[in-house]
Design a protein. Structure first.
Lengths: 324, 324
DNA sequence: CTGAAAGCGCTAACAC
DNA sequence: GTGTTAGCGCTTTCAG
């Protein structure tokens, strides 16, 4: 930067300003600086800038795993929205382990990220207060909480499970079952499903909870196990569309009609829900919208604006197709 | 850090060493420093450390999009391997746009990342020399090149396409087709497929190239278009298992037997290949292994070791299941 | 094994 | 609109 300043015949600060706030610099000066930058091939050192300004322009984002398709859309939209606002996303994977989440938060804090995005609302003991005392914006996603750490963009997994169950009963099912991942957000869905089942006089909902990472090839065996245990099951709600697609393949393998013999319902409304045969009924969640709103909320907060409502319920929608 | 030094009764440097190279510090001193750190809740500022040491311990990683399942495994393994070595991965998405890739590389360089990982071997003009003159390790993945920028861990997409085609002809197919993404790695696969077709006296391989991002719901319509144009097609090779699963659903919708009426072959050997019905024949690529080897190569290089062979061909394997 | 001095490359105040 | 001064919080020499 010293070289650029010399070449442009100005001082260090002027170069800094020409780069970071061009409108505070006279047009002629700006042109001179830019010429010097181009000629010398100068590349600013953002690390030095971060240290001096105590703003890193990095947002730390923690997800269970990036292979989880439903969450990928959120990360993609978040990255795009924050990127347009001049921020870079630093991603880390918790592998669904709260302790890893807490450890990675420390790493992010040590890197002086400007904000942190978390997946879900269930965290390791102490993380909540640790984050609140850190002084940076924190945003939770993909669930609802009565006590958000700070900002929150999500929807109620409990209510989504309830709505899915109601849909299944409305379609004539008598005995729904659940296949999901063994983690908090799936548990909330299952609780919702159990609540609606209780209202219909069904005291218990059989469930298969898969140790994460749950993937499509787990669905078949789990559905088989479920049906071996409880042959009266006539509907299965899966915590994501990928598992539901696996269930569809399993039904096809057995030559079972869907929804004739068994109804299958997914979650997320991923492309696979529309591509399947039969097309999957599902709970639509706009994952991209979550990422976008999250990015907007963070940008506003990072720009110093206090938002009216720090909690955004993005909602969900039951989509009926052919599988129920 | 000054406070910790005071509390422990040592100097600044000693605290720094206790944290970064504990074995260079006397056990008693180390204990005192650690006690002070714990008591004060001291969290090192990695940004300041990076500036002083000119090592950020960040590796920049560029992928087309993180929603691309086949690449997610690589990123996951890379993140894990580098994480164990004390490095953090900073991820960015190019959306398959070479210009975005070049722009993001500049951002990474400005952040002084210690190394850069790229997807594929086709880049914007000038990026190659820009990276070579940057002086940091660069690693390309998911393809082969006769002129790698620096390090490379991948496999030949051309040869994979050739092998898939040979498998189809071996299984009795006469007229293969291709459905893939409209980007370099798919193009290489298609070239391989065309090469083997030519050897079998098939002068042309009909293809549908989907503007990225290609997803599962594109497969059905594209397969339909392909067959409308060329009803004699009796096999389709898809650039990934997800598209192949979409093709399977489309066949099911039409009541077509697979592979009786048409053979379907995927690429990647994702879980969906094993979960489908019929189970998908595919080209197995160990995406996780690519990420792992890439991480190891980078760690070695970053530790100052010169490796014998900077290019690793991870290979691939044709897996026959039920769909061909 | 420990410490003192000298920056790393930039930005925030404050002046002019 | 531009410059001067004083750091940001750490690591790297080089001594001892």
């Amino acid at each position: 930067m010293t070289d650029v300043a010399a070449a442009a015949g100005v001082s260090l600060v002027t170069v800094s300003r020409a780069i970071n706030s061009p409108d505070q610099v006279a047009p002629a000066t700006l042109a001179a600086v830019r010429a010097a930058v181009g000629q010398l091939g100068y590349l600013p050192n953002l690390t030095a800038g971060s240290l001096a300004s105590s703003r890193s322009r990095i947002v730390g984002c923690l997800v269970p795993t990036i292979s989880h398709t439903v969450i990928a859309e959120t990360v993609e939209a978040l990255t795009r929205t924050l990127g347009d606002g001049g921020y870079q996303v630093m991603l880390a994977q918790t592998q669904h382990r709260p302790d890893d989440e807490a450890r990675l938060v420390e790493t992010f804090l040590a890197r002086r990220v400007d904000a942190i995005v978390l997946t879900g609302v269930n965290h390791a003991v102490g993380l909540r207060s640790r984050l609140q005392s850190s002084g940076i914006p924190v945003l939770e996603t993909w669930d609802m909480s009565s006590q958000p750490i700070d900002l929150l963009v999500g929807f109620s997994n409990h209510d989504a499970g309830f709505a899915a169950g109601r849909h299944l009963f409305d379609r004539g099912c008598r005995m729904p079952a659940y296949i999901g991942s063994d983690e908090a957000r799936s548990h909330h869905q299952l609780q919702g499903l159990r609540a609606v089942a209780a209202q219909h006089g069904v005291p218990d909902v059989p469930a298969e909870l898969i140790l994460p990472p749950a993937n499509i090839e787990d669905a078949g065996p789990r559905l088989a196990a479920l049906l071996a245990r409880r042959p009266e099951v006539d509907a299965v709600f899966c915590s994501n569309d990928t598992l539901a697609a696996g269930a569809l393949f399993e039904c096809r393998r057995r030559g079972w009609e869907v929804p004739g013999r068994i109804a299958v319902m997914g979650f997320g409304d991923l492309p696979i829900a529309r591509a399947g045969f039969p097309r999957l009924s599902t709970v639509q969640v706009r994952g991209g919208r979550i990422g976008e709103r999250a990015g907007q909320l963070l940008l506003a907060r990072l720009a110093g604006q206090q938002q009216a409502d720090p909690v955004v319920d993005i909602g969900f929608e039951v989509v009926q197709r052919e599988s129920t």
